[in-house]
Design a protein around this ligand. Sequence first.
Ligand SMILES: [Ca+2]
Length: 94
Amino acid sequence: MKKTLIACLAAFAVSAPTVVLAFSSAPVQAHTTGIHDNCTNFNNKYPHGVGRRGAVDRGGNVTNFKRSNRIYNRAERHNGDLDRDNDKIACEKA
Ligand SMILES: [Ca+2]
């Protein structure tokens, strides 16, 4: 019985570092394909951006953006950089 226990402990001692290495060597993958990561991704779904109802483009050029308070608020919660000029339209693009 004692020999079996020692054998088990020895086997574990040999395999444990391998298991730890197997988990620790897995590459850390960045989340890079989210719709809110940048305007390129956002404009793939909303080509002219999304603004709050009643918002007016600061540059005055874009009037055909999607109007949705819900979508705009969600985008701003995830990434405030999507509306850098703060005109309440995220990723406006003519
Ligand atoms: Ca804007």
